[in-house]
Design a protein around this ligand. Structure first.
Ligand SMILES: NC(=O)c1ccc[n+]([C@@H]2O[C@H](COP(=O)([O-])OP(=O)(O)OC[C@H]3O[C@@H](n4cnc5c(N)ncnc54)[C@H](OP(=O)(O)O)[C@@H]3O)[C@@H](O)[C@H]2O)c1
Length: 336
């Protein structure tokens, strides 16, 4: 079978290799991969050389939709032919994150081998059933981008109809947040560096768009659009000084979900906007399997259709990564 591998940091070191097909061990499933959606984390690991902390050669990719091809001894949750999705934080089934201090939970395409391979063998507990309303290409976008937005707004954010949500940018997480918030009856303001993308978000339910380049004081623009109140929920995607501005755009008793590191891994903010708004700032780490199962049910119920910017063939991974570099509108998917 074919599998993408990399042994040293840098995209030029990616190789499409041929390796033996794995087999399902006890309580494992052998899954034929149909689609893998990419996340900015995949790009970061490939480009930065951070993979050298993991077993080499490293296979990237965490978000897979596929079909069960064989069932290992003692596995009972799925049968041959079932459609499944990976649950990103493998082994985190429910409840709060496992106590691992500052260490990341186990995850595919991180400390566990990735899914950019024609077949993978995984413990049956690490996957969930695919929503029946979505194709595998669409469904592959749920495990990270979709679930992160769902966790921030619904599982942890308890979003209420009529509240205002501020979504930053038009990447994978942000457009899922827009669709989920719109479906929940919230008003959604989107920031973007592109007027063309801001026009497109209106078709997915955004009430207002703010160009963060031509309107550098976008927190004030959010206040202006909300009669001075601010947004009840802000999804912080950039890091660095941006968190300060997210707090400025926040309504009293509002909530910032800290998600992205598009600009920086360190966050800076002053105490005053935090105090004055009695703000809640919560880190988000994707979510456990139970949250993904809830999200899958909601996707079927709402007929939510993920926004996919482009689909690439398996051998075109380098081109797909270049598309991620340019800033996607929604998700980029690799099709096998
Ligand atoms: N904590 C978690 O659980 C979690 C889970 C998933 C992702 N993340 C992180 O969240 C971030 C976004 O992930 P993603 O997969 O949605 O990325 P993505 O699909 O690659 O989205 C990138 C988009 O973000 C926007 N953007 C770029 N720089 C920005 C900035 N400085 N301020 C605001 N928006 C900016 C751009 O949209 P415009 O062109 O419209 O401006 C760009 O298209 C990444 O840092 C990722 O690592 C965290």
């Amino acid at each position: 079978m074919r599998r993408w591998e990399i042994s040293a940091g840098g995209r030029e070191n990616l190789r499409l290799t041929h390796v033996a097909r794995p087999s399902a061990g006890p309580r494992e499933l052998l899954i034929r991969t149909s689609a893998v959606s990419l996340n900015s984390r995949d790009k970061m690991f490939i480009d930065s050389g951070a993979i050298t902390q993991f077993a080499l050669p490293f296979t990237p990719g965490s978000d897979m939709a596929g079909v069960v091809a064989a069932v290992g001894a003692g596995a009972t949750r799925f049968s041959v032919g079932d459609r499944v999705l990976t649950s990103f934080t493998a082994g985190w089934l429910d409840g709060p994150p496992q106590p691992r201090g500052t260490e990341m939970p186990h995850s595919f395409g991180g400390d566990l081998p990735g899914v950019l391979a024609e077949y993978v063998a995984l413990p049956e507990d690490w996957v969930v059933a695919t929503p029946s309303s979505l194709s595998d290409i669409d469904a592959s976008t749920l495990p990270v981008a979709g679930l992160t937005a769902w966790s921030a707004l619904i599982e942890l954010g308890h979003l209420q109809p009529g509240q205002t949500v501020l979504v930053q940018g038009t990447g994978g997480v942000s457009l899922f947040a827009l669709q989920i918030a719109h479906a929940a009856g919230a008003r959604v303001i989107v920031t973007s560096a592109s007027d063309e993308k801001l026009a497109r978000v209106k078709t997915f339910g955004a009430t207002h768009g703010i160009n963060r380049r031509s309107t550098p004081n976008w927190p004030q623009a959010v206040k202006d659009l909300t009669a001075g109140n601010g947004a009840d929920h802000v999804l912080e995607m950039a890091g660095g000084e941006n968190l300060n501005r997210s707090l400025e755009a926040l309504a009293p008793n509002g909530r910032v979900s800290v998600i992205g590191v598009l600009e920086a891994f360190d966050y800076q903010f002053g105490a005053v906007p935090l105090f004055c708004n009695q703000a809640t700032v919560q880190g988000i780490f994707i979510g456990p399997r139970r949250s993904l199962e809830n999200f899958v049910r909601a996707v079927d119920h709402l007929r939510l259709k993920p926004v996919i910017d482009a689909v690439y063939d398996f051998e075109d991974l380098p081109r797909a990564l270049e598309h991620l570099d340019r800033g996607p509108f929604g998700k980029i998917v690799i099709h096998l």
